[in-house]
Design a protein around this ligand. Structure first.
Ligand SMILES: Cc1ncc(COP(=O)(O)O)c(C=O)c1O
Length: 413
């Protein structure tokens, strides 16, 4: 049986030409492009130091509170965030949901959040599905803030009527992802705090990218979170860890959060292997994120200086690691532009000397999103700028000839 199987394997290998060098490629050799992945800061690979820390991590059963590395991460994170305690959870989505579940204790309570916030749009309505909480979604202004008059009016109206659900919580997002990584001003946070106190509301901050905000404002994260009752922080974005987030707040809040994590199935056991990576992610975080912000800014500025057809960037809106590129004219669409940027051609190689596949995210009807992170270098940033220039000019040439720009079919990633 074994002999028959290995004969079969030998025959298959020789038919495939494996190991013999006998396979002749048909047509011109494929381009193997250099890939720059800017779709999100969630795509990072754990760095060698992280992998070493994970391999060496001391672990225990965290459900019994016996994982020393998780305990250490929770202690460090609470200190960094200026909160009494922190709880390690699998994702920022779970951290946000637990926060809502803990703050909104009454059935049918209302959470006030941004219409474009991650919590409202991308977390499967967990606040309704799981927490049984009603969402009052307010428009997010372009800088990621709420109109404070509207916020106050909304709360007053609800409090003044026995027909309205009762607001108990305001959720903020900092940095604000769909606004393009905008940082909430400290004075604004203070005003929200004042408003919440006047009306007996709690404030939760979705701080998945809180560290980016702190770096951009050049303040300790605790200066930002002093205006909040709780905050979530994600380790698998700019911090480069493979998974995990924390939810931080007062001691009694975190004790309740522990129960909710258990309810949601988020209690992990030897989670120290993940916490170890997060601890490495927190080391020198300011330096690492500053580099991402600088690269994002260099790219945005470069695109504006090139004065490209079809593409532009609002430099005033570039504050952290996210750049929204505006696409004018409707052709190519954001999705088509992303296809052009992903594909590589021999013409690109001949004209620019590079074969680069750039991955961006088609964000809205008129924008594509580029997010910088620790796996994107200054050279990658320069190559991305060149690629966008090449693609934008090529598309414009076609449009001038009355042709529809179609992405080349050669190569790609
Ligand atoms: C602002 C914001 N909050 C929360 C999340 C959810 O993070 P996770 O993927 O860890 O659940 C994301 C993810 O992209 C995010 O951008």
């Amino acid at each position: 049986m074994l002999a028959a199987r290995s004969a079969l394997r030998r025959r298959w290998l020789s038919a495939a030409g494996a190991g013999t060098g006998s396979v002749q490629p048909r047509g011109p050799p494929r381009l193997s492009p250099h890939v720059v992945d800017l779709r999100s800061d969630t795509v990072t690979q754990p760095c060698p130091a992280m992998r070493r820390a994970m391999a060496r991590a001391a672990v225990g059963d965290d459900d019994y509170g016996e994982d020393p590395t998780v305990n250490e991460l929770q202690r460090v994170a609470a200190g960094t965030l200026g909160m009494e305690e922190a709880l390690f959870v699998p994702t920022a989505t779970m951290a946000n949901l637990i926060a809502v579940m803990c703050h909104c204790q009454r059935r049918g309570a209302q959470v006030i959040l941004g219409r474009d916030s991650h919590l409202h749009v991308y977390e499967h309505g967990g606040v309704a599905q799981v927490a049984g909480v009603h969402s009052q979604a307010l428009p997010d202004l372009p800088d990621g803030t709420f109109d404070l008059e509207l916020l106050e009016l909304t709360v007053r109206e609800a409090h003044g009527s026995r027909y309205h659900p009762r607001p108990e919580l305001v959720c903020l997002e900092n940095t604000h992802s769909s606004a393009g990584g905008r940082v909430l001003p400290l004075a604004y946070l203070q005003q929200v705090r004042g408003l919440a106190d006047r009306h007996g509301l709690q404030v939760h901050m979705d701080g998945a990218r809180l560290m980016n905000a702190a770096v951009a404002q050049n303040v300790e994260p605790a200066r930002i979170t002093q205006h909040c009752d709780s905050v979530s922080l994600c380790f698998s974005k700019g911090l480069g860890a493979p998974a995990g987030a924390v939810l931080a707040g007062r001691r009694d809040f975190v004790a309740e959060a522990w129960r909710m994590r258990k309810l949601l199935g988020g209690g992990m056991r030897q989670a120290g292997v993940l916490a170890a990576a997060a601890l490495v992610g927190l080391e020198h975080v300011g330096v690492k994120l500053r580099r991402d912000h600088d690269n994002a800014w260099r790219f945005a500025e470069g695109i504006q200086e090139l004065n490209l057809p079809l593409c532009s960037v609002n430099l005033m809106a570039v504050e952290t690691n996210i750049v929204m590129v505006n696409i004018s004219g409707g052709c190519p669409s954001p999705a088509e532009l992303c296809e052009h940027l992903r594909a590589v051609s021999r013409e690109e190689l001949a004209k620019t000397g590079h074969a680069v596949s750039v991955l961006l995210f088609p964000w809205s009807a008129h924008t594509v999103r580029a997010v910088w992170h620790c796996d994107v270098s200054a050279r990658d940033t320069e190559l991305t700028k060149k690629k966008l220039e090449f693609v934008a000019r090529k598309c414009q040439e076609k449009l001038t000839l009355g042709l529809r720009p179609t992405p080349p079919s050669v190569g790609g990633a």
